[in-house]
Design a protein around this ligand. Structure first.
Ligand SMILES: Nc1nc2c(ncn2[C@@H]2O[C@H](COP(=O)(O)OP(=O)(O)OP(=O)(O)O)[C@@H](O)[C@H]2O)c(=O)[nH]1
Ligand SMILES: [Mg+2]
Ligand SMILES: [Zn+2]
Length: 312
């Protein structure tokens, strides 16, 4: 039965389909097309379920068995040690959240953008905490990413209107699932709480966190958001410090950086690594200041990480 408090999810076609909102070692939490919440366990075919998956379930008395999940349009993953961690799936827009000042880390942003590009997840950068002093570095980085063709939104969670650019993005096209990714402390959960006050995600200053690990958010969780123009889920991810990418090949790394890839077409050697080769168009562009130093540094760091992983 339809629950008056809960939203109807039009893109779940049948009563046996659900949308995964969170997972634990034991349980998969999901909502059905009427917005009713359930918890179930997975059959062996559905063990790698992530938040954002569309599942098919069976009900037997009060127990729910998840039989499988639909093909994913994409899946955001990162390497943690030697293990691939699946973060979330079926993302229509990935918001890479940063903040003014030191929390705007291009080394992190470039990793996520690279993985998003390879998974064909549209990405958008959010620079949060614009109520604080806007440093020159931040303005420079905003230019770098806009130049790359990536939209950069500026938000804060202090003013009532601080999320307007974010809301405008949610309203621009029909979206089902978006996700917030970023290092710890940039304000992902604060953005979520502003957007969906009922979510009540805990938020904290990084420096206040003692002895309990670095992140405030420890579990990925999807929250439903709707207004006159939007009806979608927002996934709040735990802060990620090391977004490992060493499962990628060097070829993938280059494809994941479209600006570098385009320049590389003009290198003398087809297999140019852009380190010490003669007539390297990437190095030349870097030396002339056309290819931003931060992008070049990110490339070198990711390349070294991939090569290190191969040595073992
Ligand atoms: N000045 C200012 N502070 C903010 C803003 N947004 C969030 N904060 C503060 O930043 C701190 C971290 O915010 P969180 O929302 O917990 O950050 P998070 O990205 O979810 O962090 P993790 O869950 O650890 O990944 C909190 O103390 C917030 O109050 C903002 O727009 N301006
Ligand atoms: Mg959080
Ligand atoms: Zn080159």
């Amino acid at each position: 039965m339809s629950d008056a408090r809960s939203p109807f999810i039009p893109w779940l076609a049948t009563d046996e389909e659900g949308f995964v909102t969170s997972t634990t070692r034991r349980w998969i939490y999901f909502v059905d097309r009427y917005g009713d919440e359930h918890q179930g366990t997975a059959s062996t075919r559905a063990l790698d379920i992530t938040v954002g998956d569309r599942i098919r379930f069976e009900r037997e008395r009060d127990e729910y068995l998840i039989k499988g999940y639909d093909d994913r349009t994409n899946c955001l993953k990162r390497l943690y040690g030697k293990k691939v961690k699946l973060l979330c799936s079926n993302i229509d827009v990935l918001f890479v959240v940063t903040a003014v000042g030191q929390l705007f880390q291009p080394s992190f942003v470039d990793r996520v953008l690279c993985v998003a590009e390879l998974e064909q997840i549209p990405a958008c950068i959010v620079v949060n905490k614009t109520d604080l002093q806007m440093y020159q570095d931040t303005a420079f980085l905003i230019d770098v990413y806009e130049e790359l063709g990536i939209e950069v939104l500026q938000t804060n969670t202090v003013d009532a209107e601080g999320l307007d650019p974010f809301l405008e993005r949610l309203h621009r096209e029909p979206l089902r699932v978006v996700s917030l990714v970023g290092v710890s402390g940039v304000g992902k959960s604060s953005i979520l709480n502003r957007l969906i006050p009922g979510a009540q995600r805990s938020t904290r200053e990084v420096s206040e966190k003692s002895g309990q690990g670095r992140q405030t958010t420890s579990q990925a969780e999807a929250f439903h958001y709707s207004d006159d123009e939007a009806n979608l889920f927002v996934i709040d991810l735990p802060g990620v410090q090391n977004f490992g990418i060493s499962d990628l090949s060097l070829r993938e790394l280059q494809s994941g950086m479209p600006d570098l890839f385009e320049l590389a077409q003009h290198c003398e050697y087809g297999d140019c690594q852009h380190i010490a080769e003669p007539n390297c168009a990437v190095k030349l562009a870097f030396e002339r200041g056309v290819f931003p130093a931060c992008r070049f540094q990110s490339y070198i760091a990711m390349k070294e990480e991939i090569e290190r992983a191969k040595e073992y």
